[in-house]
Design a protein around this ligand. Structure first.
Ligand SMILES: [Zn+2]
Length: 376
């Protein structure tokens, strides 16, 4: 699933307001009559259940903290139950991207990493709004990185707000490759913290929300996910800014979240991986994208078998959503649903049928190399 765009999140609106707004958007775009249409496939095909990963796996992209609930509740309210579910699924460890800075980082580390060594690796955030304070603010951000490393954070998480929302003192949007932030990314490299970057959003979110948009129905359900006409950089500009960030800091390891932000264009991702040995990618929330181009996706993963980290981004943590990934990666099943609802677009996915050595790297080996804290 994709995170809602910054701004007033859907979950904070009242259900009534949300429903009225959705109905208005559907009426405007003429998707009202399409909404209840749920065709049932007549294909008769094998369906392989894969309840456990082929090897003890590391979910390299997930959310267990309180960041996505605005601090109200832990996304995994019952840690022993989560551990039991991980054991059933053959998950050795989960990367938790919700460390935030300061006390919230400490609370996440206490609850997960320190209480259950080896099972969790929490990444910290940096407070980019400090940039409005000029060079002193940059110094404070570097101090946050140093404090996170000392506390035992496993890496840094950079969200799409850097590029789409965060502004400097002059009111200009700040891109991740802004030279004023260079010390922050160098500090991460010096302290051995990999930096996971969620750049941008799917390209369809930057296009007009019209009858040509492949995610029209999703964008009519979530109009605030669209960036079109909002005065932000284009999808391509953000992708280029991400590459220039990675290229500017060869001593820092970057994890391009969500297949480096462009799962729809695996050739671009492949070229960027070839150009930058300090980059790897995770698969978080891109099952529907990889599975709708199974031959291209399998070729991509095989070519970069040591650079792709499996991550589910399935939260709240749900066994069915995680094991659907196992089916995608391990089987040759064709044309199955990528989720309970076709909420990203009306297509199905097919398995990548990856070999055991590739699976071992993608499920665990790569994450263990890139995130050294998993070994603690
Ligand atoms: Zn995520």
């Amino acid at each position: 699933m994709d995170l809602p765009s910054p701004g007033l999140p859907d979950r904070l609106r009242s259900a009534g307001t949300r429903r009225a707004r959705d109905l208005a958007a559907r009426a405007r775009l003429g998707t009202r009559r399409l909404a209840p249409y749920r065709p049932r496939s007549e294909l008769v095909l094998p369906a392989t259940e894969v309840p456990r990963a082929a090897v003890p796996a590391v979910d390299a992209h997930n959310h267990l903290g309180r960041w996505l609930t605005d601090g109200r509740a832990w996304l995994a309210p019952d840690v022993p139950a989560l551990l039991a579910r991980m054991d059933e699924l053959n998950l050795a460890a989960v990367v938790n991207l919700d460390g935030r800075p300061g006390e919230e980082l400490e609370a996440n580390l206490d609850r997960y990493d320190r209480a259950h060594p080896g099972r969790f690796a929490t990444f910290a955030h940096v407070d980019w709004s400090l940039l409005t304070r000029g060079p002193a603010g940059v110094g404070a951000m570097v101090a946050q990185v140093e404090r996170a490393a000392r506390a035992g954070a496993a890496g840094l998480k950079v969200w799409k707000d850097l590029g789409l929302v965060q502004r400097d003192a002059s009111g200009a949007l700040v891109r991740p490759d802004d030279p004023r932030l260079a010390d922050v990314f160098d500090a991460a490299g010096e302290h051995g913290l990999p930096v996971l970057v969620h750049i941008g959003d799917p390209p369809a979110f930057f296009r007009p929300v019209d009858r040509f948009n492949e995610r029209l129905e999703e964008l009519t359900r979530h109009p605030d996910w669209s960036w079109h006409g909002k005065g932000v950089p284009t999808h391509r500009e953000l992708q280029d800014a991400f590459e220039s960030l990675v290229g500017a800091h060869p001593g820092t390891t970057f994890i391009g979240a969500h297949v480096a932000g462009w799962a729809e264009n695996l050739q671009w991702v492949s070229d960027v991986l070839d150009r930058h040995p300090n980059l790897v990618v995770d698969t978080g929330a891109r099952l529907a994208e990889l599975g709708r181009q199974p031959r291209a996706a399998a070729a991509f993963v095989r070519r970069h078998a040591d650079r792709v980290l499996w991550g589910s981004d399935s939260f709240p943590f749900e066994a069915g959503a995680v094991s659907r990934w196992f089916r995608l990666l391990e089987t040759a099943d064709e044309a199955f649903d990528y989720g309970p609802e076709p909420d990203q677009g009306r297509w199905t996915v097919s398995g990548l049928d990856l070999e055991p050595e590739v699976l071992a790297a993608v499920y665990a080996g790569n994450a263990r190399r890139v995130v050294p804290a998993l070994a603690r």
